[in-house]
Design a protein around this ligand. Structure first.
Ligand code: ATP
Length: 588
């Protein structure tokens, strides 16, 4: 292996004089402790390395050894239900509330294996050849490495095996033999290959009404979740991790405070998946790289996470990755770049910030796997712009590569209106592709009702501006009823507390019933006002009070009552119309 001698060090970055050749992105081991690093620049007579571990104590003269391999992780059955650091080393939760980095890769474990192929079968590279059922997590498939395919010449019989034990031999078209085990390594910066990419036609249902109904993300989609300090990014990411309709969740806590992450680590193992009634951790992989861990490993943690997520996608599963926060990741990039003495670009970030964000988000998608199954990887990245300024570089570049933008709003958060997604500054470019899916759920009117909600909320903003000048009571009844309707949609539909046992998750059936009830109210209330019913009479209805608290008061077990609401709305407003008509007659 090539060696180099350390000549200069600054934080996580070191320079060394090579003896032998190194490659860019080659993983290296530094010093006696074998600290993991990666070659990030090659120059004449010098290599530059970023080190993923604490570099205190390193000094000139220390030896850097090349591994001949790119930075890679082990992918296998022991990932689900576990917690790792940014380099996929198992983490321990220290007593108290701090997360400590793990120091080495986990020992290989044993799992029961069942072969799915026989001698003589042809197996494409990266295809499944058996199943494995680790206790405490879902059944998984054993994948041949994406680099090895051919005719099966031997397969191990069913039984319990160590995850690194050879279970399969293949002969490729050139006559070369390959072996495969339950686990294999894959370089984190290289997207795993797929048979082909497809357009998504189904949403990833999140259980959050403002997302599913107004700003849906497709399976295999890409969403940005920008928000200033304390606007609810972490809470929303956690809700998505808990309730999103995905087979596997990869949660990357990137540069968050250690105690915040410890909260996630403590809470998740206690929770049940509300959709399947199984412990939530059974479908979850947590990658934690907190603010007290080495900064360069934070940069790698995003790629580690997406590689793990692709590995499950390649098993034919729907996977969602939540990264919190990509701004902390970009800061790591900025710090390393600064120490390299690179010319800073916008906001001090390196000029390659944009292409690195693209490298990450472009790994999302709906695919046909090498094994011929359908799989998807949905990426959701939180962004924490300093002072909530969305024109800063991480937010603006993220916008270029994502199709959904869930903008968290400081004013809403200050009013404790959660999720604080601002419906006027958020968008979803996926919405029009998802119409067919809602139609198949029996909600053919979804797209038009969605538009109706969005225009109502825009109109609300315009009218509120006017009302601030002339006073609300000076507005004509048609405008006052618009304001009342918008208020109800906000309070009863868009507001959804992650802390509410009734409302923290909303099934598509309940979302549909609720949307229909509000649309009926908007239409009927407007018609009633046009026929002379006073706005105050509508505002004073018991039904209006109920709509205002609809999400909170009508849980999943009240679906029938929700479905009956449009009828009740018709009846209540017809009643008011009749009263108004009689009063009109009397007045005449
Ligand atoms: N969806 C929600 N439902 C109920 N409460 C919420 C919700 N989102 C946020 N909150 C409240 O707001 C607080 C701050 O939220 P959170 O920690 O998620 O913000 P953040 O944007 O991640 O903050 P930071 O900028 O510090 O990372 C929470 O502790 C909680 O009280």
């Amino acid at each position: 292996m090539s060696r180099a001698e350390l000549t200069w060090i600054s934080g996580p970055v070191l320079r060394a004089r090579p003896q032998g050749s190194f490659r860019i992105q080659e993983a290296v081991r530094v010093g006696e402790a074998g600290l993991l690093g990666e070659v990030i620049r090659l120059a004449r007579g010098e290599i530059v390395v970023q080190v993923y571990e604490e570099t205190a104590g390193l000094r000139p003269g220390v030896i850097v050894e090349g591994t001949g391999q790119p930075l890679a992780v082990q992918l296998g059955p022991s990932l689900l239900g576990r917690i790792f650091d940014g380099l996929l080393r198992p983490l321990t939760i220290e007593e108290g509330r701090h997360v400590r980095p793990g120091l080495r890769s986990g020992e290989p474990e044993s799992f029961p294996f069942q072969p799915d192929v026989a001698v003589g079968d042809a197996l494409d590279a990266g295809s499944p050849f058996g199943t494995v059922r680790p206790s405490g997590s879902r059944e998984q498939r054993c994948l041949a490495p994406p680099t090895a395919g051919g005719e099966v010449t031997w397969v191990a019989p069913a039984g319990e095996y160590r995850e690194d034990a050879p279970l399969l031999r293949l002969r490729d078209a050139q006559g070369e033999e390959h072996e495969a085990a339950m686990r294999h390594t894959w370089p984190v910066r290289h997207p795993r290959p797929v048979a082909r990419r497809q357009t998504a036609e189904a949403p990833m249902v999140t259980g959050q009404r403002i997302i599913d109904i107004l700003f849906p993300v497709a399976r295999g989609g890409r969403a940005a979740l920008p928000g200033g300090f304390g606007t609810g990014k972490t809470m929303l990411q956690e809700s998505l991790a808990k309730f999103a309709d995905a087979d596997v969740i990869v949660y990357v806590g990137c540069g968050e405070r250690g105690n915040e992450m410890a909260g996630v680590l403590e809470e998740f193992p206690q929770l049940d998946d509300p959709l399947h009634g199984r412990p939530l951790m059974e479908r979850t992989v947590i990658i934690a790289n907190t603010s007290n861990m080495p900064v360069a490993a934070r940069e790698a943690s995003i790629y580690t996470g997406v590689t793990v997520a692709e590995y499950f996608r390649d098993q034919g599963l729907d996977v969602a990755l939540m990264a919190d926060s990509t701004s902390r990741w970009a800061e790591a990039l900025r710090e390393v770049s600064g120490r390299l003495g690179e010319l800073p670009g916008e906001g001090g970030y390196p000029a390659y910030l944009s292409s690195r964000l693209a490298d990450f988000y472009e790994r999302a998608g709906t695919v046909v796997t090498r094994g011929g199954d359908g799989g998807s990887l949905t990426l959701i990245g939180a962004v924490s712009p300093p002072s909530g300024d969305f024109s800063e570089p991480v937010t603006t570049h993220t916008k270029r590569y994502t199709r959904c933008f869930w903008a968290l709003d400081r004013e809403r958060a200050q009013a404790r209106f959660y999720p604080a997604i601002n419906p006027l500054t958020s968008y979803s470019e996926d919405a029009t592709d998802l119409d067919g899916w809602w139609e198949r759920q029996g909600h053919a009117e979804w797209l038009s009702q969605r538009r109706q909600f969005l225009s109502l909320l825009e109109e609300q903003q315009r009218l509120e501006r006017m009302a601030r000048i002339v006073g609300k009571d000076a507005l004509p009844p048609a405008q006052r009823i618009t304001l009342l309707s918008a208020e109800l949609v906000n309070e009863g539909f868009l507001r959804q507390s992650a802390l509410s046992p009734t409302d923290r998750h909303c099934s598509p059936a309940r979302q549909i019933a609720m949307q229909r009830a509000f649309v009926r109210f908007i239409d009927r209330a407007r018609a009633a006002v046009d026929s002379g019913v006073p706005v105050d009479a509508i505002a004073g209805l018991e039904l209006t009070r109920r709509l205002r608290r609809l999400g909170e008061e009508y849980g999943e077990e009240h679906l029938k009552e929700l479905e009956a609401l449009p009828g009740a709305i018709d009846a209540a407003l017809a009643n008011l119309e009749q009263e108004a008509g009689e009063e009109g007659d009397y007045a005449r």
